[in-house]
Design a binder for this molecule. Sequence first.
Ligand code: ADP
Length: 167
Amino acid sequence: MNQQALILIKPDGLKKSLTGNILTRLSETKLEIVAAKMVRVNRELAAEHYRHMKEKSFFEDLIKYIQGELHDRRKVMAMVYWGEDAITKIRQLSGSTNPEEADPTTIRGSYGRITTKGLYENVLHTSSNEAEAEREIKLWFQPDEIIVDLYPTKTMTIEKAKKIVWA
Ligand code: ADP
């Protein structure tokens, strides 16, 4: 069954120059990249992305982490991968959330670490199931940024909306 998944290369992954390695590992899946961009993450986006972690003691650190404040890299690389069993294939390659428990051959097992404060810095985010993938993809991307039709869309006329265009 075809599925889609959101992948984020987190600020530690960018700081460690792992973009190429991560994309090479992910290419083993033969899945297609159907959207990609660099994103400066504001607090609202970070808090919405991690809304299921709100009660955790490390929530504020997690928000700082995804915003790049812990690594002086205020950006993440966001992508949508699409194809047969995308979520399972990507979760298997990325490995367990806790980088010390992750199989050492996985991306998180190879490159992740636990900080002295106890936060798991695990270099990438991957959607955990179809419902989360839909929520996350709609949070991070607009329909016209994705080159295939993943979810139903509607057309709206937005008047007087300000938009930056090339001068
Ligand atoms: P995943 O990113 O594997 O989907 P979660 O959604 O449960 O996992 O957690 C979001 C992020 O919060 C993790 O990727 C990791 O950076 C951090 N995290 C999760 N659980 C812990 C924990 N017990 N201690 C420290 N950091 C954690």
